[in-house]
Design a protein around this ligand. Structure first.
Ligand SMILES: Nc1ncnc2c1ncn2[C@@H]1O[C@H](COP(=O)(O)OP(=O)(O)O)[C@@H](O)[C@H]1O
Ligand SMILES: [Mg+2]
Length: 250
């Protein structure tokens, strides 16, 4: 693996039960980089994230990681009512690092409270997860991913359903984590966000393009990525189609 990379794939085919859903992914990302994962619904963003995290096995090719990964899964309303406190949710993120027969101890609690502080929620440690706003929930999940010591963070559509203020806070958090040396892959439908990050990876059943935003975000690549779902904005801009699932802050 190239010296500076925290994560890379070489000729990766990923999918389910031996059936390839996403083929020939070749990219590498270094500390400090935010990588936008762009693609239509069904394009393979979640499949890539699950393969990088080790939840799915590569069908072909390889995934090379220089750190643990921490995942914030796609939003699932079924988890919104968790009766656990924010601190307990974050503590769960430390459990992979201890043997299954151990209970989390002082060290894990310290890691969890540091992670909560890092996402700006130190004051909410005893708040029930279900009582947090959508944006706070997402940051608690980021804290949980961080608490295990991961430097590779995989965020699956973390902005879905967040209002502008909550999105802005999460964007600022992601920027800080990158500056502190993490590599962060972020599935998004927002082309402006993608343009503001360090790298863009376009997927549509296969890798369409990877590189710096200016070279990747061309009309040709966006058409190959989103096909006829690509939306023309009056005045000459282009927009990716919206998410399938929308929820709202309350
Ligand atoms: N659990 C699964 N079993 C079989 N096929 C799946 C499963 N999850 C996703 N797929 C298929 O893999 C492809 C990529 O899906 P996915 O990675 O979820 O896309 P995205 O996250 O970009 O919307 C789609 O064709 C989808 O139908
Ligand atoms: Mg997905």
């Amino acid at each position: 693996m190239n010296n500076e990379a925290l994560v890379e794939t070489i000729g990766l085919d990923a999918g389910y039960g031996g059936t390839v859903a996403l083929s020939d992914v070749n990219f590498s990302a270094a500390a400090g980089q935010r990588i936008a994962l762009l693609g239509p619904n069904g394009g393979g963003k979640t499949t890539l994230i699950r393969t990088l995290s080790g939840e799915l096995k590569a069908i072909e090719g390889s995934v090379n990681l220089a750190s643990e990964t921490g995942t914030v899964p796609q939003h699932d309303p079924a988890r919104d009512g968790w009766p656990a406190t924010a601190a307990d949710v974050v503590l769960c993120g430390t459990l992979d690092s201890i043997p299954w027969w151990r209970r989390p101890g002082r060290r894990q609690r310290k890691l969890a409270s540091e992670a909560l502080a890092a996402v700006g929620l130190a004051d909410h440690s005893t708040t029930t997860y279900g009582e947090l706003s959508g944006g706070q929930k997402r940051r608690v999940q980021v804290a949980s991913a961080l608490a295990g010591g991961a430097r590779i963070l995989l965020l699956d559509e973390p902005f879905a359903g967040l209002d502008a203020v909550a999105s802005r806070r999460l964007e600022d958090l992601i920027e800080r984590l990158a500056q502190n040396g993490s590599t962060i892959l972020i599935a998004t439908h927002d082309l402006e966000q993608a343009r503001s990050w360090e790298r863009v990876l376009c997927l549509n059943g296969e890798q369409i393009a990877f590189g710096e935003p200016d070279s990747v975000l061309t009309r040709t690549n966006l058409e190959l990525t989103f096909g006829s779902d690509l939306i023309e904005v009056p005045g000459g801009g282009l927009m990716a189609p919206p998410h399938h699932h929308e929820d709202h802050e309350h």
